[in-house]
Design a protein around this ligand. Structure first.
Ligand SMILES: [Zn+2]
Length: 241
């Protein structure tokens, strides 16, 4: 079965004749962390509600989750939690769902005619697994070869943060960053490598605390062995060595 068919079943279980099969797929996808598509699956009316309206609704639902778990919401320590979680979801850790928060881009002419590889490595990011809603965190490494345009280095970092602030799967995060930079920089020659820890693997499930996951996106010249090897060698360099 192709991955997009799996995704279709997950998103529209009501259209599937066999609901039990759909449930089996949900369990499978949850532990295998399959990326179903490059675009984050969004509803057509995803931004009909304002942020404040979303916060109010999520607060109510999160209070219901806590109440169902048996927590006493009258307790001083817990009282503010539903509102705090709702604000954190909408304004911080899932703010990258909203295209209004996409970083603004200014391109510069490459006046030094620097046509070598530019590498920005060890960009720290925090994201969340879309199958368990627990953190994924790690480092992103980005490289591109200028087509005549360059971008401020801090913007590379900002685009990583923008796409990380969504419920994610790591493969999609790599692809979204890579494809966005290809478009902005007007070149296919972009590479993204992400090395990350998944708390849904370390803190639950198989409880493996040392496993990290590496995903890569290679476009244009980075599909060639020599260019890719050059990039990977730069990732091993230490600035103080
Ligand atoms: Zn997960």
């Amino acid at each position: 079965m192709k991955q997009n068919e799996t995704s279709w079943n997950i998103q529209h279980p009501e259209d599937n004749d066999n609901i039990e099969w759909s449930n089996v797929l949900i369990d499978e996808i949850g532990d295998n962390h399959i990326a179903a598509s490059t675009d984050t699956p969004m509803k057509a009316d995803a931004f009909k509600l304002t942020d404040d309206e979303k916060i109010a609704i999520i607060e109510k639902h999160f209070a219901a989750i806590m109440d169902t778990l048996g927590l006493n919401l009258a307790d001083d320590s817990l009282r503010g939690t539903p509102k705090r979680v709702a604000k954190m979801y909408v304004q911080e850790i899932f703010s990258g769902l909203n295209p209004a928060n996409r970083p603004a881009v200014t391109l510069f002419e490459n006046k030094y005619k620097y046509n070598q590889m530019l590498v920005e490595k060890n960009i720290t990011f925090y994201s969340n697994c879309e199958h368990h809603f627990v953190p994924i965190y790690g480092k992103a490494h980005i490289a591109y070869i200028s087509s005549g345009k360059v971008i401020g280095l801090s913007k590379l970092n900002r685009f990583v943060q923008y796409f990380a602030r969504r419920p994610q799967v790591q493969e999609r995060l790599s692809m979204q960053i890579g494809k966005e930079l290809q478009q902005i920089l007007q070149t296919e020659d972009v590479a993204v490598v992400i090395d990350a820890l998944h708390l849904c693997v370390s803190s639950r499930g198989v409880n493996d605390t040392s496993a990290s996951t590496v995903t890569a996106f290679y476009g244009g010249k980075f599909k060639e062995e020599t260019t890719r090897q050059e990039f990977l060698r730069y990732l091993e360099l230490k600035p103080d060595a």
